[in-house]
Design a protein around this ligand. Structure first.
Ligand code: ATP
Length: 358
């Protein structure tokens, strides 16, 4: 069983506190993504699970054992790195089976395992090639093959797709996901790309500055971000965050009109809030919030508009085609959920919609 538990883990590098008390429970067979901006501590955490980095305090459990003091090779994990880390002088088959050779596995056992991994990864026709004779995507598949033959309890992925071009990243993303469906091996996947995390993971851990901001399924994080950090980090383009004031069951944003709110949320009069509005939830309306256009980016199916509402920059995605003249003023009304956050703490207060006028 590949259950992983990270309990109250701290990591200090001298004065630098890289991890400040991390708690994560990962079920057997779960695919968990660690995401966050550069420097938030995700690689450090992954390397600590792998045993490549010491833990300052706390416990890491893998499959029911505390592994704090175990060597990487005794942890029953396999790691896939961003730079593939293949041996250039070895053919694909040898690259994949090297750990088995070291462990003294028999030739027939090695062949069975390598053939099986090559089949799963569509590498059957490449086993006799050297890494330099492969594309980036094929090399990354070999790196995964090497991890698969070890039949580990846990796969650890360290930004495995970041060296690939955009198109290949999308197809490899789907390959890793379907591989996970086939193997059901617990996986911890580090990425700074929230789209990658959203599309692949069962559960996402959002980190910033050595802390966990939120843990949840991709849609939990998208629909109910716990705070402004997660609200801004999850979703592309990002959620718009505008200052507002509550007034008589309505919210006033900038000098726009009062937007009456449905009763899911009851906030006191005069309360300052931050209102989160997803770019695709703005509708063009006759009246509403005045949006001054800066840049219009039509992609055919939809139009992305960068503009300002009052002093705040906003991004809107419309299904309609809109003017491309900078300075044009449109009127927009949110027709999806408005997310409310406390102006001081940044914590989520709840969500509501704009109520239909009587
Ligand atoms: P990135 O996406 O840029 O790889 P990350 O989230 O993986 O970032 P880490 O590499 O885990 O971040 O680094 C977390 C923090 O620990 C950073 O502030 C980093 O500067 C610091 N750090 C990492 N390794 C060391 C080290 N060997 N010595 C000192 N500080 C370190």
């Amino acid at each position: 069983m590949g259950y992983v538990a990270i309990r109250d883990v701290y990591k200090n590098y001298g004065e630098v506190q890289a991890l400040k008390g991390i708690d994560i429970e990962i079920e057997d067979g779960e695919f968990v993504a660690l995401v966050g901006p550069s420097g938030c501590g995700k690689t450090t955490l992954l390397r600590m699970i792998a045993g490549l980095e010491d833990i300052t305090s706390g416990e890491i459990h893998i499959a029911g054992r505390i592994v704090n003091d175990l060597q990487p090779k005794a942890r029953d994990i396999a790691m896939v790195f961003q730079n593939y880390a293949l041996y250039p002088h070895m053919k694909v088959a040898d690259n994949m089976s090297f750990s088995m050779q070291l462990a003294g596995a028999s030739k027939s056992e090695i062949k069975t395992k390598v053939d099986e991994a090559a089949r799963v990864l569509n590498l059957e026709n490449y086993l006799d090639r050297y890494p330099r004779e492969l594309s980036g995507g094929q090399r990354q598949r070999v790196a995964m093959g090497r991890a698969i033959v070890r039949n580990p309890k846990v796969f650890l992925f360290d930004e495995p797709l970041s060296n690939l071009d955009a198109k290949l990243r999308v197809s490899m993303r789907a390959e890793i996901k379907s591989l996970h469906h086939k193997l059901h091996t617990t996986a911890v996947y580090v990425t700074h790309d929230q789209i990658e995390a959203m599309t692949m993971a069962d559960k996402i851990v959002v980190m910033s500055e050595g802390n966990i901001e939120q843990v949840g399924t991709p849609l939990e994080l998208y629909d109910e971000p716990r705070n402004l950090f997660v609200a801004a980090f999850i979703g592309s383009p990002s959620m718009n965050l505008l200052d507002g004031v509550i007034h008589n069951g309505a919210v006033r944003i900038g000098n726009g009109p009062d937007l009456p709110l449905t009763s899911e949320i009851a906030l006191e009069d005069g309360r300052d809030v931050v209102v989160g509005i997803r770019p695709d939830t703005f509708a063009l309306t006759e009246t509403g919030l005045p949006l001054t256009l800066n840049v219009t980016e039509p992609t055919g199916a939809e139009t992305q508009v960068e503009g300002v509402i009052g002093p705040t920059k906003v991004t809107c995605l419309f299904r309609e085609r809109v003017s491309d003249q900078p300075g044009t003023v449109l009127h927009v009304t949110p027709n999806g959920r408005l997310h409310f956050f406390d102006k001081t703490t940044g914590l989520r207060l709840g969500a509501a919609r704009v109520a239909a006028k009587n």
